[in-house]
Design a protein around this ligand. Sequence first.
Ligand SMILES: Cc1cc2nc3c(=O)[nH]c(=O)nc-3n(C[C@H](O)[C@H](O)[C@H](O)COP(=O)(O)OP(=O)(O)OC[C@H]3O[C@@H](n4cnc5c(N)ncnc54)[C@H](O)[C@@H]3O)c2cc1C
Length: 386
Amino acid sequence: MPSKELPGRSDIVIIGGGIVGVTLAHELAKRGEEVTVIEKRFIGSGSTFRCGTGIRQQFNDEANVQVMKRSVELWKKYSEEYSFSFEQTGYLFLLYDDDEVEEFKQNIAIQNRFGVPTRLITPEEAKEIVPLLDISEVIAASWNPTDGKADPFYATAAFALNAEHFGAKLVEYTEVKDFIVENGEIKGLKTSRGTIKTGTVINATNAWAKLINAMAGISVKIPIEPYKHQAVITQPIKKGAIRPMVISFKYGHAYLTQTAHGGVVGGVGYELGPTYDLNPTYEFLREVSYYFTKIIPALRELLILRTWAGYYAKTPDSNPAIGKIEELSDYYIAAGFSGHGFMMAPAVAEMVADLVTKGRTSLPVEWYDPYRFERGELRGEALQMG
Ligand SMILES: Cc1cc2nc3c(=O)[nH]c(=O)nc-3n(C[C@H](O)[C@H](O)[C@H](O)COP(=O)(O)OP(=O)(O)OC[C@H]3O[C@@H](n4cnc5c(N)ncnc54)[C@H](O)[C@@H]3O)c2cc1C
């Protein structure tokens, strides 16, 4: 996509062209709003193109379950409309002791209450779904066949192209450097390629969100820090061998699945930071090899082709900060996705577009209240994996 000229003005400016920025631009443009995305590198170049593809509704609280249920509806709708790959191949959490089973039973009850059809299955049933699994220590599994995975490259490109089709402008290789504010009102943004006039700004920069908040001069504390998480891809194996996302908290908080090309992709909980460094490490390579082969011993035979790193933009309760910042009109934030922002993006786009255009939304956005940190009202830790 060629980088476009920066328009002189735009009603709404979204800073950040990751999956959250582009799905939001798409939603706003579709509603007839004039919107520009400003991205300092290229669309998807932040965490989005480094992510693990997973989309799940198996969360442990009402808000995230509801939001993810809506998100999956939107993934389904748009993948069909725009012909990109979203496969409902399920998420399979392997459970190894009674405490884990008890915790997942409670999660399943919440999920079922909102119509997410997760159920507890036996190790033998889990092995039917993924025959390569070692189930010798597994005592049960949490299985939801309607969870899935999407290709971040095709999905992001599809939302970006269709956002443009509805009139959104996506400006690449342009970095936001400062806000122009008069009497508590946003008048524009200074960028590396000139100034853009606007009254409404949405911070969708995830790992960089605190830098943008500082530029905006807001005083409310929204603690979002970048952590290095790494991923691995192996040589391809027979297609269909590992259809769902397989999770094992016992073995390193590992998640793994197979890509459309046949390679095994995934990662573990191993985390470094806060840091903006993105060099993969030998320790990760060793850990991921150890844990993956505990879950699927046959992976021992496979060659690892590549490892890479990206950011989890983490908050203290692993839930994002989504909402309007009242001290500056009109400034919104949708950042701090703590490792599950790809899956949430379509529903987040709907919530934020609702807030910007109507001032309210029927989705439970209060859960992600950006002021909760300052108020000391942390949420229950969102189920984070990897
Ligand atoms: C290894 C790994 C595995 C993951 N697996 C999953 C998964 O399975 N499922 C899932 O849902 N999530 C997963 N995630 C998390 C997911 O990648 C992120 O939550 C998601 O991509 C966040 O999207 P975003 O649009 O908010 O941020 P980003 O994609 O990071 O986009 C933010 C953009 O802002 C731009 N920017 C920053 N500063 C400026 C500025 N001053 N001016 C202009 N532009 C600026 C950046 O260049 C960047 O492109 C994973 C992450 C990693 C690292």
